[in-house]
Ligand binder design. Structure first.
Ligand code: AMP
Length: 291
């Protein structure tokens, strides 16, 4: 497994792979890896010849009062996860590699970057789209993998790739959960034991919402209100949103029909956690799908 730290090294790696007619897959992360990230690596491993993991805590996707400085970092742990997943190269660039000058060029997916997460974090998706565009420029991968947990990120990156004419295929990997259902996240380490216990309310409430849809509920506003009430019944949860939106446009829907994303965000102490489920509803039939 090679460690690469700059764009030239990455381009030489890709050039050698292409010369051997090999395909390249990329899993972009911010490190502090856990089994959720590993699922992305395992999903791509059989699909590509050369598997690349990038680890970069991207400053432009953090707001001024967010946790950039204290975001968890664990390169030794990341190396162990990467080796176990048979990664061929780890790309761990310095900020000066990804942002060689004070940035004035950004990629922005207007509209869908301002709802849900974007309503509370107005520059977050501009940072995400910009760094993913840079990684695509450097690595020109055949496939990238993103996790369902960050469903809005999937929608934004998919739209960016479509509009910027990237031929790269996007693979979405289902959310990996702890035993009690909490979605794995690098930020879970911030939770106190009581908050950690309380945080399971997100998954429980989403499960109840999915059961309601399977039971015939089609009123999206009522579903969202019940979901919100279920989360608010947990005293340690401070709800940001609990919504039912169109899975492609992220616009609110009145009826649960077609592909809908049921998305929640709440704070537990200072830690903001997300979760979602994505459903395809056609008449009576309800299927769990990926965003
Ligand atoms: P991050 O390091 O948090 O930026 O995440 C890197 C990638 O891993 C993103 O595509 C995330 O959606 C994905 N990811 C993070 N947690 C999980 C999880 N629990 N299950 C599946 N994918 C995840």
């Amino acid at each position: 497994m090679q460690w690469l730290a700059d764009a030239d090294g990455a381009r030489r790696f890709v050039g050698a792979a292409r010369a051997d007619r090999q395909t390249v897959g990329l899993v972009p992360t911010m490190g502090a890896l856990h089994a959720g990230h590993a699922a992305l690596l395992h999903a791509l491993r059989p699909q590509v010849d050369r598997l690349v993991l990038s680890i970069f805590v991207n400053p432009t996707q953090f707001g001024p009062h967010e946790d950039f400085a204290r975001y968890p970092r664990d390169l030794a742990g990341d190396q162990a996860w990467a080796e176990a997943a048979h990664v061929d190269a780890v790309f761990h660039p310095a900020t000066s590699v990804m942002y060689p000058v004070s940035p004035s060029t950004f990629v922005q997916v207007e509209g869908i970057d301002r709802v849900l997460e974007g309503a509370v974090r107005p520059t977050h998706f501009r940072g995400v789209a910009t760094v993913v565009a840079k990684l695509l420029n450097i690595w020109t991968p055949d496939i990238i993998a993103l996790g369902q947990k960050d469903a809005q990120q999937v929608v934004v990156v998919r739209r960016m790739m479509q509009e910027l004419l990237w031929p790269t295929r996007l693979v979405v990997v289902p959310t990996v959960r702890e035993r009690d259902g909490l979605a794995m996240s690098s930020r879970n380490v911030y939770l106190s034991p009581a908050e950690r216990e309380a945080a399971v309310v997100l998954h429980r409430s989403l499960d109840a919402a999915e059961r309601a849809v399977r039971g015939g509920v089609r009123d999206a506003v009522r579903l969202g209100a019940e979901l919100a009430a279920a989360i608010q019944s947990e005293p340690l949860a401070q709800l940001d949103y609990a919504v039912v939106v169109d899975a492609a446009t992220l616009a609110p829907v009145a009826q649960v029909a077609g592909r809908v994303l049921v998305a929640v965000a709440a704070r537990f102490g200072a830690t903001r956690l997300l979760d979602n489920c994505c459903l395809e509803v056609e008449g009576e039939a309800v299927r769990t799908v990926l965003p």
